[in-house]
Ligand binder design. Structure first.
Ligand SMILES: C[S@@+](CC[C@H](N)C(=O)[O-])C[C@H]1O[C@@H](n2cnc3c(N)ncnc32)[C@H](O)[C@@H]1O
Length: 211
C-alpha cells in the first residue's frame, strides 16, 4: 500500500515537472482560460475576437518570442493572450493605450486574468511613445489608429530582430488604411508578409528575413 502511494506521488511529480519543462503552468493556464472564457461575450471596447487572440498567442509560442510590444491595449483582450504566451516563453509584453478609462479597465483585467506580472502597461499617445522605445522586439502587434500603421512600422522596423514579426489587425475588410499598410509592407524586401486567414478581420504578419 505504502509503495503504491509513493508510486502515485512520483507519477504526479513527474507530470508536473514535464509541464514546467514545456513552459506550462497549470494554475496560471486554468486562471487565464477561465477568465478568457467567461469574458468571451463581454468584450466590447473594439477588442479582438477570441479567435484572433488565440492566433496571436500561437504565433508567439511558435516563434518562441519574448520581447513583445502591443500598440492599442483598449481593455486588454489581446494583451492577455500575448501575456499568456509570454508566460510560457519567458517573455514580457509592453502595451500602450491613450484612453485612461480603457487603460485602467485593462489593468483590472490583467489582475483578474493573473497575468499582470508579464505586462508593462503604458498610458499615453503611441505617436510619441513608440519612437522613443528602445527595443529590440521580436513580436509586435499593432491594433491602434489604422491611419498611423505605416508610421508605426517605419518607427519600429529598425528595432525588430531577425525572424521577429510585426503583425497588424484589421487589414482585410473595413479599413482602407489597413489595406494600404499591407501594400506598403509587402514592398519591403527585408520582410516576408502573409495574412492570417483564420482571422475574419485579417492579421498581417511581416517577419524579418534579413538584417
Ligand atoms: C481596436 S482597439 C484595441 C483592442 C485591443 N487590442 C484588444 O484586443 O482588446 C484600439 C485602441 O487603440 C487606442 N489608440 C488609438 N490611437 C492611439 C494612440 N495614438 N496611442 C495609443 N493608443 C491609441 C484606442 O484608444 C483603442 O482603445
Amino acid at each position: 500500500m505504502g509503495q503504491k502511494i509513493i508510486g502515485v506521488v512520483a507519477v504526479i511529480i513527474g507530470i508536473m515537472a514535464m509541464s514546467v519543462a514545456h513552459g506550462q503552468q497549470p494554475d496560471l493556464d486554468a486562471q487565464v482560460s477561465r477568465f478568457l472564457n467567461n469574458a468571451r461575450v463581454s468584450w466590447n471596447y473594439l477588442n479582438v475576437p477570441y479567435e484572433d487572440g488565440k492566433i496571436l498567442h500561437d504565433l508567439v509560442l511558435k516563434g518562441n518570442f519574448k520581447h513583445i510590444l502591443e500598440v492599442g491595449t483598449s481593455t486588454g483582450h489581446s494583451t492577455i493572450w500575448l501575456a499568456w504566451a509570454a508566460a510560457k516563453t519567458g517573455g514580457r509584453v509592453t502595451t500602450i493605450e491613450i484612453d485612461k478609462d480603457r487603460y485602467e479597465a485593462a489593468l483590472d483585467n490583467f489582475k483578474k486574468a493573473g497575468v499582470v506580472q508579464y505586462i508593462d502597461a503604458r498610458l499615453g499617445d503611441a505617436h510619441d511613445l513608440v519612437p522613443a522605445l528602445k527595443g529590440p522586439f521580436d513580436f509586435i502587434f499593432c491594433d491602434a489608429d489604422k491611419d498611423w500603421y505605416i508610421q508605426y512600422f517605419r518607427d519600429l522596423e529598425g528595432k525588430i530582430s531577425l525572424n521577429g514579426c510585426f503583425t497588424a489587425h484589421n487589414v482585410l475588410g473595413w479599413s482602407s488604411d489597413g489595406k494600404k499598410f499591407v501594400e506598403y509592407v509587402k514592398r519591403d524586401s527585408k520582410f516576408r508578409t502573409y495574412i492570417e486567414r483564420g482571422s475574419g478581420e485579417g492579421i498581417s504578419v511581416s517577419c524579418r528575413i534579413t538584417k
